[in-house]
Design a binder for this molecule. Structure first.
Ligand code: ZN
Length: 427
């Protein structure tokens, strides 16, 4: 294929900007799927076959394309990615007053590089549950005004920083300011105003801060993609586009897209990779195709999941942190990730399947393994493999600054990874 194809990257950048939270990532994907003729199934609707459908729950989503030629014993080809990213989440009673300062208490979600949240303009987004008569309804909120700020302590007041580097206590030092006036509303009132309801009708929220710097193509010749949430909405939206590419022409196996939430905190939730969310969707598809347990078993043995997630590029300022025999470059193609201790799920058979997909797509491929003397990160891959008894392969785009509020990837890689994902889903 011709590189660089930056149109894919530009599209993903706009989807990233539209999706400050996992709930918005699912909403963004839902809109794209609906526009392409996919039908959302409500809780009481069973899948119909053949068909293009999806289900969603919070930050989780499963979408599929069942063709005329698929049967209950047909395997699936899944691209699965996590929709969550490390960030700062608003506490249930967040309002803090320090003199005339108005502040909002936050919890750190996941392993955030918390220094990257300092001295940045931050907006607020998430979901809010409001009273609706005797019941409750959920509303999404996306406020892109620069409302919050976490100012770093001036260097003149921090005598330790030159000796020890920046040391941040998350309880004391990461409390955003959002006003300097007694008239600043309580957080509940702010949400009520935003949603045009009385503050007393705001029942609860899952709200979080997001960095407001938009995704951009940067560097000489626009060789970088810089954005929040590259880990891992970049994979989510490339998986989405791969499924959309097969929407009217699925391959021999059933192509499936899955977003899991809560990977950054261990995946144990109703929509995380440790949940039955994906397995239940596949079971329901099997039933819709008239299958029984034996068909399900055959289908699973004929299936493959691609766990799509970011990979560490070799950092030019820290080359010693990387395995010398496995140097990873930006803009050099998708990265296949290995770990003998099952932090990544890739095995030889899965690796071969992904290698062949890259060959068919005409894109180069790189292989990552961590230094043996450093602890390795993980993905949804091992959890998904354990839940489903399906072979899983871990791969993704190379990036720097994983878990920063602003991460850096290569701008040429998304088109290459997308081409490989399409080939894998179509195999
Ligand atoms: Zn990730």
């Amino acid at each position: 294929m011709e590189t660089p194809d930056l149109s894919v990257t530009r599209r993903v950048a706009s989807l990233l900007d539209a999706s400050p939270t996992p709930f918005h990532a699912v909403e963004t994907a839902s809109q794209e799927l609906t526009a392409a003729g996919f039908v959302e199934l409500g809780p009481e609707q069973a899948p119909t076959v053949p068909g293009r459908q999806y289900v969603r729950q919070g930050g989780g989503l499963v979408a599929w394309v069942v063709g005329e030629h698929h049967s209950a014993a047909t395997g699936v080809r899944v691209v699965a990615a996590h929709s969550d990213s490390p960030n700062l989440r608003i506490k249930p009673q967040p309002d803090a007053h320090t003199g005339s300062w108005r502040q909002l208490g936050v919890e750190v979600y996941g392993s955030a590089l918390v220094n990257s949240w300092l001295d940045r303009d931050l907006g607020l987004a998430g979901r809010v549950v409001i009273r609706d008569g005797d019941s409750a309804v959920t509303r999404l909120v996306h406020d892109n005004r620069p409302l919050l700020r976490i100012p770093q302590l001036a260097i003149h007041l921090d005598s330790e920083i030159r000796k020890s580097g920046l040391v941040l206590n998350p309880q004391k030092h990461l409390v955003p300011i959002w006003g300097h006036d007694l008239d600043v509303p309580e957080f509940r009132s702010y949400l009520g105003e935003l949603l045009s309801v009385d503050a007393s009708d705001v029942l609860s929220w899952d709200m979080m801060a997001h960095a407001l710097t938009p995704a951009a193509l940067t560097g000489m010749d626009q060789c970088f993609l810089t954005s929040s949430r590259i880990d891992n909405q970049l994979s989510c939206f490339l998986g989405l586009d791969a499924l959309l590419a097969l929407a009217t022409n699925p391959g021999p196996r059933i192509p499936v897209l899955c977003f899991f939430d809560h990977e950054e905190v261990g995946s144990v939730s109703s929509t995380g990779a440790a949940s039955p969310m994906l397995g239940t969707a596949l079971d329901r598809l099997n039933a819709a195709l008239g299958g029984d347990l034996e068909h399900l078993h055959r289908s699973r043995r004929d299936s493959l999941v691609l766990s799509a997630d970011g990979a560490h590029a070799t950092h030019p300022n820290y080359p010693d942190r990387h395995e010398p025999g496995h140097q990873i470059e930006l803009n050099a193609g998708p990265v296949l990730k290995f770990n003998a201790n099952q932090r990544y799920a890739t095995d030889a058979q899965g690796a071969a399947a992904f290698t062949l997909a890259c060959e068919r797509a005409g894109v180069p491929m790189q292989k990552f393994v961590n230094r043996t003397d450093l602890a390795c990160g993980s993905t949804i891959g091992p959890q998904t493999a354990a839940q489903l008894q399906i072979s899983v392969v871990d791969a993704g785009c190379a990036q720097l600054a994983m878990h920063s509020a602003s991460e850096t990837a290569g701008s040429h890689d998304p088109a290459m990874f997308l081409a490989a994902l399409i080939e894998l889903l179509a195999s």
